[in-house]
Write a protein that binds this ligand. Structure first.
Ligand code: PLP
Length: 423
């Protein structure tokens, strides 16, 4: 079921590009456009309420703090969390790093006894998957290097699906962390979260979910998924840049050491030592990105208002149109599952490789037609390597994407092989 046309809510989508062509924006996987309610929320904050939060003794500080904490509540309720389980972070990358660095700090002895449960070292294992965005791979590589733990990974097949045959040996009694994406930013495949979480729980490993490409596009309930941590980015959720969030189970967040140290996050500071606030404040040292948080809260309310189940249905349909269309074009290879039965757990994305044509050149042809897509490896080099390509051209949808946008993409891709004389 497609959503009604929501483009009127998004001022940028009314502009034209390249000699007056209407904009077909299919790069929402990189960053989404912003509805007017998000822009208004940020502007109103600056025009009416701007003040530092959690520290002033004046009315503006009170109002700003209320808006800031209200936004935390809005983000929490979008994903089924408690307010105090949401930590502001710069983006999803920062949110993953917050967990990895916190574990690293605990392993170095920071955080004392309460943090001892997070300690890892030689003989321990961290498990990721081959489909990860670099944001959910590189921090774990660094943590392994820093602590002497071993990094392992769940491989994917030639369609990009995780191969779970050896799950029990890859995630075993030595595994301390299992970090994996909810939705692939290259194939749009939805991961088998249930099976992965069940295995992690069976061996007592922490789970870290990369929700960057799921929270904006489908209903996510962190309690139902039973995960320990989840990273998200506002700018992919129709919100502002410069802010994201980490969900963490409260009892874990209250024990994990911070990764950024400073003012606002502390209880008592002496010249020798410091005790930290409970979560989320212990992770939020320094001045806060208040207007950005307010904008992220507005984005969460907007998405909830549209209804995440309707967003999911919409994006499945858009993806199906794009994927079925490009799969028919000779010389064009769709990365990920092909065919409607295989594609049932795919959402919002179509990444293609055109025989004999560099992804940047494909992007150029589409851009000439007013179609904005992403080209390159999309920060997922291992997955592209698995597919035997160095990069791809990715079209990605959001709530405002129309069937016409999807059809325009397919029509423009169909011109590419002939344009470069490769068919
Ligand atoms: N994880 C996935 C699956 C992504 O697609 C992205 C961004 O493309 C990220 C993490 C990193 O997000 P950010 O750059 O907002 O930190």
């Amino acid at each position: 079921m497609l959503l009604p046309d929501l483009r009127e809510d998004f001022p940028l989508l009314t502009r034209t590009v390249r000699n007056g062509k209407p904009l077909v924006y299919l790069d929402s996987g990189a960053t989404a456009q912003k509805p007017r309610v998000v822009l208004d929320a940020e502007r109103e904050f600056y025009e009416q309420h701007n003040a530092a939060v959690q520290r002033g003794a004046h009315l503006l500080a009170e109002e700003a703090t209320e808006l800031f904490e209200g936004a935390r509540g809005d983000v929490a309720s979008l994903v089924g969390a408690q307010s105090q389980e949401i930590v502001w972070a710069e983006n999803a990358t920062a949110a993953v790093n917050l967990v990895a660095s916190g574990i690293g700090n605990a392993s170095a002895g920071i955080g004392g006894d309460e943090a001892a449960r997070f300690k890892i070292g030689p003989g321990d294992e961290i498990c990721v998957t081959e489909t990860e965005h670099h944001a959910n791979l590189v921090p774990w590589q660094a943590l392994a290097t820093r602590t002497g733990a071993t990094l392992r990974w769940i491989p994917v097949d030639d369609q990009g699906r995780m191969i779970l045959d050896d799950l029990d040996s890859l995630v075993n009694e030595r595994t301390r962390v299992l970090a994996f994406t909810h939705v692939s930013n290259v194939t749009g495949l939805i991961s088998p979260v249930g099976a992965l979480v069940a295995r992690a729980k069976a061996v007592g490993a922490l789970t870290v979910l990369d929700g960057c490409q799921s929270v904006p596009h489908l209903p996510v309930d962190v309690k139902a998924l039973d995960i320990d941590f989840m990273a998200m980015s506002a700018h992919k959720m129709l919100g502002p840049t410069g802010i994201g969030a980490l969900y963490g189970r409260k009892e874990l967040l209250d024990a994990l050491p911070p990764s950024i140290f400073g003012g606002g996050a502390v209880k008592v500071v002496t010249m020798e030592e410091t005790s930290w606030q409970e979560a989320p404040m212990r992770f939020e040292a320094g001045s806060q990105p208040v207007a950005q948080a307010v904008g992220m809260g507005a984005a969460a309310r907007y998405l909830a208002g549209v209804g995440m189940d309707r967003v999911e249905a919409h994006e499945r349909e858009i993806a199906a149109v794009m994927r079925a269309g490009v799969a028919e074009i000779p010389g064009v290879r769709l990365l990920g599952p092909v065919g409607s039965a295989d594609a049932r757990d795919v959402i919002g994305v179509a990444s293609i490789a055109v025989d004999g044509v560099h992804p940047h050149d494909v992007g150029q042809v589409l851009d000439d037609a007013g179609i904005a897509v992403r080209v390159g490896h999309h920060c997922a080099q291992p997955l592209h390597r698995k597919f035997g390509v160095t990069g791809s051209t990715r079209a990605s949808a959001h709530v405002y994407t129309t069937r016409e946008d999807a059809e325009a993409f397919v029509a423009a891709v169909a011109t590419v092989p002939a344009f470069f004389g490769v068919n």
